[in-house]
Design a protein around this ligand. Structure first.
Ligand SMILES: Nc1ncnc2c1ncn2[C@@H]1O[C@H](COP(=O)(O)OP(=O)(O)OP(=O)(O)O)[C@@H](O)[C@H]1O
Ligand SMILES: [Mg+2]
Length: 185
């Protein structure tokens, strides 16, 4: 299954949930791939040993911008592979504006080639409903939305649900699940 962890709201626990879920499944012996599609690259900083020396063409940038195969590498955790991100990805929306191919499906096209190798594929999304997030949704079977309990926080679910609904017209993302992850007891 391919699962996007997404919310346009920042700092709600997307990356923490992605890493914890991926590491937990890998620890149980599942073969897991974590795709970091956020230009902040926080998952990559945690999971990739030589991250500071990583070039853009060794990251998801190669797939989203240059339409190359996914640059999968081993993570610091057994059974967990990772496709790292890169700061240059922050310019993606500008670069994709003039694209005339199926720009929303660049990740899906390359993920379809390798997804059979994994029992679980998780995608750590950026805090925006951008072309990167649309690429993640188009490649996903499910979307998990971390939310902190609170009025404004719950409000953010409305917009992201509408976006998922639009992408649902393409065949893959057919379900969302809001998940309360951050709380202040
Ligand atoms: N379940 C949790 N309970 C309490 N704090 C949490 C929880 N999950 C994450 N945090 C904390 O919240 C902060 C933001 O977490 P994280 O970076 O995972 O969010 P994010 O949604 O990925 O952020 P961004 O939108 O910038 O990518 C971090 O300091 C993290 O330690
Ligand atoms: Mg994050």
């Amino acid at each position: 299954m391919v699962l996007s962890i997404a919310s346009q709201k920042g700092g709600v626990g997307k990356t923490t949930t992605s890493i914890s879920l991926a590491a937990g499944l890998a620890h149980q012996g599942k073969h897991v791939l974590l795709v970091d599609i956020d230009s902040q690259a926080n998952s990559s900083k945690v999971l990739v040993d030589d991250f500071p020396h990583l070039h853009a063409d060794e990251s998801i940038y190669a797939t989203i911008i240059d339409r190359k195969p996914l640059p999968v590498r081993l993570s610091t955790i057994p059974n967990l592979d990772v496709v790292p991100s890169h700061i240059l990805l922050s310019n993606t929306d500008v670069k994709l504006t003039a694209a005339i191919d199926h720009r929303e499906a660049r990740l899906k096209a390359q993920l379809d080639v390798i997804r059979e190798r994994y029992e679980h594929v998780l995608i750590d999304c950026p805090p925006a409903l951008s072309w990167l997030t649309i690429n993640a949704f188009t490649a996903s079977d499910r979307v998990l939305i971390p939310v902190a309990p609170g009025y404004f926080e719950l409000d953010s679910i409305v917009q992201i649900s509408k976006t998922v609904q639009v992408v649902c017209n393409a065949p893959r993302a057919d379900s969302t699940a809001p998940m309360c992850v951050v709380c202040d007891p």
